[in-house]
Every structure is written in structure tokens, then in C-alpha cells.
Design a protein around this ligand. Structure first.
Ligand code: ATP
Ligand code: MG
Length: 259
């Protein structure tokens, strides 16, 4: 049953990439997951665990090999246009328009969603101010540093005011102060506006600070899901890093298995 509150649901979601004739990679392996409206959900896992693949399936950039994925009550292979209008995406490797200015990147992107220019101008003002690029808004992005480009992309994902935001490593390459600003912004979006945020990160402190729940992906399998503090308790671990390392290496968590 999909209730109004569950905005993302996957059932046995599997994605297999064919590599040459014989080799295949199971990037997602029977993933069952539910995410509720207003949650900040963190996806963690080692390089190649399947995080980006999961996001790409949920926004319709990849077709699942098996299983189902529902976003806002619609199945991704059936109603992707409906979904795309309502979700924002910050890709891991983002296609930013280098020749446009920071501001133009936001306005152009929002225009693709049919948002009136007046609204876009207002939102661009606010967002560029928040990410600290207001004074550079009229510079071409090609002269920006990696972190500055990332900030433009965070703002770009937000300019359409999506119901669900998918952010693939939003704070990677962003400095400590900038990362804090981004985290605060995401927290606010979830608590004040009930927007749902799904993000990936390699920073477990970020997960602890920001995420209501976290899912650990390992070799395509979702091996643990819960509140960070719940997972620590469940595995009697001192911190999330211990949980993560113990589970992902298969060595087990120091404090022992489930009580
Ligand atoms: N387009 C593709 N074609 C073939 N294989 C792919 C493709 N995209 C991903 N893969 C493979 O699927 C697996 C999962 O990759 P994915 O990018 O989802 O990992 P990730 O968890 O996002 O890793 P990272 O932390 O490095 O970003 C990897 O083995 C990767 O090589
Ligand atoms: Mg990735």
C-alpha cells in the first residue's frame, strides 16, 4: 500500500549492468526501501556500492532490470514525466553550463520547468545569497572553483522548489563553512516545508547531524536502514563509523550483533 506519506518506495529493485558479453555488475540487488514525506534520508556505502545508481533509477535516468520503484505514488517506468516535474536533482557529475553566469544557470534551469521568470528571479536572489555567491552571480561559471560550481548546482536543484530533492554528494568539494550552510538549508527545507531530501555522502558526521534516517548500501544490497542513533544502539557501536565499517567489511560490529 502506498500512502500519501510514503513518497518513495522500492520493491525488489535490481539494476544489472552488462559489461561485455560475460561479465555483469549487479549495481542494485533487490532493494526494498520506503521514504516518507519530509524525511532527510542519507545513503552511504563504499565507492561502487550503488548509491548513484539508485538515485538515477528513481529519477528515471536508468531503467530497473527487475523490481519496482515508485516516486510520489507513480511507477518510474510509467509516469516519469509526472515525477520529473516534481523532483530536483543534483547529479554526482553535474552538467553545469560553463558559459552561463551563476544566475543564468538557475534561471535557465528553472525555465525548463516552466517557472515564471519573476518567480525565478526572486528565488535566484534568495538562493544565491544563501550559498554566498550573490556577489559573483554575474560571472561565467567556467571561472569558478570546484566548490563554487557545486554551490551553483545546489542552488539550481532548489530553484524549482521540488517536492523531493535528490542530492548526490551535495557537500563534496564544498568547504566547511559552505557545507554547513548547505546542511542548514536542507534541514530547513525538510522541517519547515516538508520537502523530502535524499542525499549521498561519504561524511558520516554529516549523516549524524543531518539525516533522520540512513541506509547502508553494500554491493548493491541495502544492508541496514534506520536512524543513525538506532543503528548505533542496535549494533552496540560507539558511533556510526563503527557500524558502517563492521557491516561493510563483514567483520561484524565490535559490540556484537543485534542484542
Ligand atoms: N552506466 C554504467 N554502466 C556500467 N556500469 C555502471 C554504470 N553506472 C554504474 N556502474 C557500476 O555499478 C556499480 C555501482 O556504481 P554507482 O555509481 O552506483 O556507485 P556509488 O555507490 O555511487 O559509488 P561512488 O561512491 O563512487 O559514487 C559500480 O560497480 C559501477 O561500476
Ligand atoms: Mg556515486
Amino acid at each position: 500500500m502506498i500512502t500519501d506519506d510514503v513518497v518513495i518506495k522500492t520493491e525488489g529493485l535490481t539494476k544489472i549492468f552488462q559489461k561485455g558479453k560475460k561479465r555483469e555488475v549487479v549495481a542494485l540487488d533487490s532493494v526494498d526501501l520506503e521514504i516518507s514525506r519530509g524525511e532527510v534520508f542519507g545513503l552511504i556505502g563504499t565507492n561502487g556500492a550503488g548509491k548513484t545508481t539508485l538515485i538515477r533509477v528513481l529519477v528515471g535516468l536508468l531503467t530497473p532490470t527487475e523490481g519496482k520503484a515508485y516516486v510520489l505514488g507513480k511507477e518510474v517506468t510509467e509516469d516519469i514525466d509526472y515525477i520529473r516535474e516534481r523532483v530536483g536533482l543534483l547529479p554526482q557529475e553535474a552538467g553545469i553550463y560553463d558559459r552561463l553566469t551563476a544566475r543564468e544557470n538557475l534561471i535557465y534551469y528553472g525555465g525548463l520547468y516552466g517557472i515564471p521568470e519573476e518567480d525565478l528571479n526572486e528565488r535566484a536572489d534568495t538562493l544565491l545569497e544563501i550559498v554566498g555567491l550573490k556577489d559573483k552571480e554575474d560571472y561565467q561559471v567556467k571561472g569558478f572553483s570546484g566548490g563554487m560550481k557545486r554551490k551553483v548546482l545546489v542552488a539550481r536543484a532548489l530553484v524549482i522548489e521540488p517536492e523531493i530533492l535528490f542530492l548526490d554528494e551535495p557537500t563534496t568539494a564544498i568547504d566547511t563553512l559552505g557545507a554547513r550552510i548547505v546542511r542548514n538549508l536542507l534541514k530547513k527545507l525538510s522541517s519547515e516545508q516538508k520537502r523530502t531530501v535524499i542525499l549521498t555522502t561519504h561524511d558520516l558526521n554529516e549523516v549524524k547531524e543531518l539525516c533522520d534516517r540512513v541506509g547502508i548500501l553494500n554491493e548493491g544490497k541495502l544492508i541496514a536502514v534506520g536512524k543513525p542513533s538506532e543503528l548505533e544502539e542496535k549494533f552496540r557501536a560507539a558511533n556510526l563509523e563503527e557500524v558502517f565499517t563492521g557491516l561493510v567489511t563483514g567483520e561484524g560490529v565490535y559490540g556484537g550483533a543485534e542484542p
